[in-house]
Design a protein around this ligand. Structure first.
Ligand SMILES: [Fe+2]
Length: 386
């Protein structure tokens, strides 16, 4: 059981900053000797291998998918049944998604009292930079798993020493000097974004999060909600799209961390004119489209499908936002895309609900009712029975 003092980062690694082919962050991760999961996607973050990490006194693993490209990281923290990991201070904002289990996070800083909040499956929370954090598992019968998403790879390219980021005394107490309710109360709706922007450090359960608005640009009759973390450049959005549909292919810059809170389907990712990668997904799947690769999401289940997308900071996005170049409208997509979808959904005894007109009319508009236009809470069928 850890005490309240921050743990030391144990690493005798010498980072070779002249080795330009390997980023300082990559050298550090490789030197830790923990499981490192690579490739294009993780089908189930709940089951990937972890191993003991002395620094936190728990099992951990690192994920470096092709599309992360040295911009963002992903780290698995596995908390033993009834366990508490060592507290640590971290210099950057840390977004944490709960892939499995229930527990508590306690946050504090020098001169600022502890704040504790509870989380469960599919919770999302942001821990402000410079604060000390400690995670506990509230259950005695199974481990809990968290995935942290930060900009540590960029940070370590600037300062190639992990001790600058872990347990450095830097803190900004103003980020924590709010009432406990304010800091980790459930996120609140705020103006801005695409009509439904939610502002806060804590999102209880993304499979149940409603209050989305129509997302016309990407097709499929989908909805979207923008996620904003206070006092942070980090943020993202969640998209929800109905059974029997798929979205338009699009592309953008690297480092967009995608996690699936609910639904079942697959995504296709490809660099223009080249081989395709098929990503099967369900709850707790994760993938990151590589820089400028097209990607397209398909729902093959009877439920709405959801994906959370955490975007990198603005100057890392490398977005062109050119709709003509960076999005493929249904009438001009390659015919196998539709054929494969109809086959895949057919294997499950379902049919495509894509209107025939979408393949003829590039300006086809899905209909949304008036409440949806206003960002009203979706009905039960769109919210996993809630
Ligand atoms: Fe995307």
């Amino acid at each position: 059981m850890a005490d309240d003092k921050p743990a030391k980062l144990i690493s005798d690694l010498k980072i070779d900053t002249d080795a330009r082919s390997t980023l300082p962050y990559d050298q550090w991760v490789q030197g830790l000797g923990l499981p490192l999961h690579t490739g294009y996607f993780i089908e189930d973050c709940r089951t990937i291998e972890t191993a003991p990490w002395d620094f936190l006194g728990c099992n951990a693993a690192f994920i470096q998918l092709a599309g992360m490209e040295g911009i963002v990281d992903a780290r698995v923290t596995e908390i033993a049944p009834g366990g508490t990991v060592a507290p640590y201070r971290f210099a950057l904002d840390e977004a944490v998604y709960v892939v499995d289990g229930q527990g508590m996070t306690t946050i504090w800083a020098d001169g600022v009292g502890k704040k504790t909040f509870e989380w469960g499956p599919r919770s999302l929370f942001l821990i402000p930079r410079g604060s000390i954090r400690q995670f506990s598992n509230a259950r005695g019968d199974k481990p809990a798993r968290l995935i942290s998403n930060t900009h540590l790879p960029v940070g370590m390219s600037l300062v190639p020493d992990p001790s600058y980021f872990f347990n450095n005394d830097y803190q900004d107490t103003q980020l924590l000097e709010t009432s406990e309710d304010e800091l980790y109360s459930v996120a609140k709706r705020a103006p801005g974004g695409r009509g439904a922007s939610w502002h806060g450090n804590f999102f209880t359960d993304l499979a149940a999060w409603n209050g989305l608005v129509p997302h016309r640009q990407r097709g499929g009759g989908g909805h979207v909600v923008d996620i904003r973390f206070p006092h942070s450049e980090m943020g993202g959005h969640m998209s929800v799209f109905p059974p029997g549909t798929y979205k338009k292919a699009h592309r953008h810059g690297p480092g967009v961390f995608i996690m699936i809170p609910a639904g079942e389907g697959y995504s296709i990712m490809w660099p223009e004119g080249e081989e395709k990668v098929i990503v099967p997904w369900h709850e707790a799947s994760m993938f990151v489209p590589p820089n400028n690769w097209f990607h397209q999401h398909f729902n093959v289940s009877v439920e709405p499908a959801r994906y959370l997308a955490l975007s990198p900071i603005k100057q890392m996005r490398a977005e062109r936002n050119n709709r003509l170049l960076d999005q493929i409208e249904y009438p001009v997509e390659e015919p196998w895309v539709r054929k494969m979808y109809e086959e895949e959904i057919g294997k499950r005894g379902l049919e495509s609900l894509m209107p025939e007109e979408v393949y003829q009319d590039p300006h086809y508009k899905w209909t949304y009712d008036e409440n949806e236009e206003q960002g009203a809470v979706l009905d039960a069928s769109a919210g996993r029975g809630l």
